[in-house]
Design a protein around this ligand. Structure first.
Ligand SMILES: Cc1cc2nc3c(=O)[nH]c(=O)nc-3n(C[C@H](O)[C@H](O)[C@H](O)COP(=O)(O)OP(=O)(O)OC[C@H]3O[C@@H](n4cnc5c(N)ncnc54)[C@H](O)[C@@H]3O)c2cc1C
Length: 603
């Protein structure tokens, strides 16, 4: 495909809101190549054999076992999927990288955290920003699992405000090295890593600088005790202290003062991969909960036969399906964007960086949505297990605790919610996404008389797609008016930003599921997709309810009088169904299929 054709077809990040996406243009799990399917199978086999079979050891804080298993993953090549071939990696595309992150998460959050910290934030800053010498020296060892990486950004006084760290890097008199001193905390893999990516400030620079620091106790590096954590018990998390640690000048990453940019770009990739790492974790919960509900007898019948349990199974299954749809849709957009940039003559580094940065909005959306879904899913998993769900002898208990961290690291969900809207507004200001035109059109529509024609909703998803278009208008109406009213000061209205973000998130997720199902219904037939159709409809209903609630909160917070009445009427009009879906029937339909299959069978 020519670069020009690709450019035309791939929507820019955030454009999903104002441009229609055809179902043929979204990538779905059903589009995986044979090679990708094989990769998925070998990851699953690894998880069943090396992780799931030993999940109790992960619960017993067996850090050495995590390290040993990471080495086995390295031997199988699982740590090198994203690494270019020239540095000992497999050089596979972004979708394949996502696949491995996804399926490696199926047994325990401890391992997927160790895996993500090493392959993502522990290795990526070098592959993306390193010099040729740095890459040759470090990346092959990291890709093979001979060495492990860790990422030292957070400090006791610098968490979400990541650029405010106090760690110092002082140039030696002979100009040959920096002396790094400071305290980092919450460092994943600290207990067994060989290389740290460390962010420190040189003199009084506005921005921090990144360094590659080899772990050597004789060079002023010491570790705090393992943190006592709520979950991910076998993921090593420790403080790291640097005291006059000598780092050769050639170990600086990119340029002086570019550390904050490196840290943020590493996190963009980290965010979408974290979403992936919450997928198979959820599938496993659905599988276990389904098996349990099919077997557990109360009142002389399997509890699966109770509507209350069916509702849970249906919502949990729908979460996974929708999350898969959105995650792989965005992953392929990133992969295509990278390919387009490579074809335009960008280096691998530039192409990867810009490709991911383009979809930073989607990365934040996915991080928030999927991390919250994994929590809902595990919570209902515990509930289905009843008292046994509260017992540490069942995997539900640990899954519930492990899920909690996903809302905190890689940027908290509050920060990511605000980033998603903030970045979109910035893109609009720069002219990268035309929000102003569509927002003005929505404003005009509000003043006009609504059409009283009876629409033809006979085709699959005709009504849902019409509703989706209108749900997007709610975002344009709310965010457009808020930007007009507050301008750059919008950032100070966090609750409004969060509400707008929720509308944005729901629009992206609901649309992704509908497009995936529509594409599959066209090629495999509607009958073959009847459960997926039900899940897409159920999710859109749930999404619309959130949009109504958040839209109202937002509108009332900054409008009054006629303007408020008009916008509330708009909200009602934009979120109205002509034919209300029977969500109870949809949930029964979904749960019956999952019960019959004894687990999740839609991936
Ligand atoms: C198990 C674990 C592993 C980790 N691994 C690593 C690692 O490998 N490397 C690393 O560098 N870090 C790591 N972290 C740190 C993690 O990234 C931070 O905990 C996270 O960024 C939040 O920072 P904080 O804990 O200081 O919370 P704070 O920033 O103090 O936030 C506290 C609360 O305030 C909210 N808040 C903060 N600022 C704002 C704002 N401007 N507006 C609205 N709300 C705000 C937050 O959303 C949060 O709810 C890890 C943390 C944990 C718990």
């Amino acid at each position: 495909m020519s670069t020009e054709t690709l450019k035309k077809e791939i929507l820019r990040g955030g454009q999903f809101l104002v441009k229609e996406t055809k179902c043929e243009d979204v990538f779905t799990l059903e589009d995986l190549s044979e090679e990708q399917k094989m990769m998925r199978e070998s990851t699953k086999e690894f998880v069943d054999r090396e992780l799931w079979a030993h999940w109790e050891r992960f619960e017993q804080k067996d850090y050495a076992f995590t390290e040993e298993t990471m080495r086995k993953a390295g031997e199988l090549g699982l740590l090198s999927v994203a690494v270019p071939e020239s540095y000992g990696g497999m050089g596979m595309g972004f979708v394949s990288t996502m696949l491995v992150c996804d399926y490696i998460s199926g047994a325990t959050g401890s391992f997927s955290t160790a895996f993500g910290a090493h392959t993502g934030i522990g290795t990526m800053p070098i592959t993306l920003y390193g010099t040729e010498e740095q890459k040759q020296k470090y990346v092959p060892k990291l890709a093979s699992g001979e060495w492990f990486g860790a990422y030292c950004l957070t400090e006791p006084g610098a968490g979400s405000d990541a650029n405010s760290g106090k760690t110092k890097a002082v140039l030696s008199e002979d100009g040959k090295h920096y002396n790094i001193s400071g305290q980092k905390m919450w460092i994943s893999n600290a207990g067994f890593c060989s290389v740290f990516i460390v962010f420190a400030r040189i003199e009084d620079d506005k921005n921090i600088t990144g360094f590659i620091v080899e772990n050597d106790a004789s060079n002023g590096i010491s570790l705090g005790d393992e943190e006592k954590k709520l979950g991910i018990h076998s993921s090593s998390t420790r403080q790291v202290f640097f005291s006059e640690t000598k780092v050769p000048v050639e170990n600086m990453l990119s340029e002086r003062g570019s550390g904050f940019k490196i840290a943020m770009n590493a996190l963009n990739v980290g965010r979408i991969k974290l979403a992936a790492a919450c997928l198979d974790a959820q599938r496993r919960i659905v599988d276990e909960a389904t098996k349990y509900a099919n077997e557990r007898i109360q009142f002389k019948t399997p509890i699966m036969n109770f509507g209350a349990i069916k509702a849970k199974i249906a919502d949990m299954t729908t979460n996974v399906y929708v999350d898969e749809s959105a995650s792989y849709r965005a992953a392929k957009n990133i992969e295509d964007r990278i390919a387009m940039r490579l074809a335009d003559g960008n280096t691998h580094q530039e192409a990867e960086l810009k490709g991911v940065e383009e979809y930073a909005i989607e990365c934040s959306i996915l991080k928030v949505a999927v991390s919250e879904h994994v929590q809902q899913t595990t919570d209902e998993g515990v509930q289905i297990f009843g008292g046994m769900g509260f017992s540490a002898d069942t995997p539900m208990e640990s899954a519930w605790r492990d899920a909690r961290i996903a809302r905190i690291y890689e940027g908290t969900n509050e920060i990511n919610r605000m980033l998603a809207v903030g970045m979109l507004v910035k893109k609009a200001m720069k002219g990268h996404v035309d929000l102003l035109g569509p927002a003005t059109a929505v404003g005009e529509e509000l003043m006009g008389i609504p059409s009283f024609d009876t629409p033809d909703f006979s085709e699959l998803f005709a009504e849902e797609k019409d509703l989706l278009k209108r749900v997007k208008k709610v975002f344009l109406m709310v965010a457009g008016s808020a930007v007009q009213k507050f301008g750059a000061k919008l950032e100070e209205h966090q609750q409004l930003m969060m509400a707008a973000s929720d509308i944005l998130i729901q629009a992206y997720l609901a649309e992704s599921a509908i497009l995936r199902t529509e594409k599959n219904a066209k090629r495999f037939g509607e009958k073959a997709q009847d459960t997926q159709i039900a899940m897409s409809k159920l999710y859109l209903y749930r999404a619309t309810e959130i949009v109504i609630q958040k839209g109202k909160e937002a509108i009332v917070s900054f409008t009054e009088g006629d303007e408020q009445r008009m916008m509330l009427m708009g909200l009602k009009r934009f979120t109205k169904y002509t034919n209300n879906p029977n969500v109870i029937a949809l949930r029964i339909q979904i749960a019956d299929k999952v019960a019959a299959d004894n687990g999740y069978t839609f991936d």
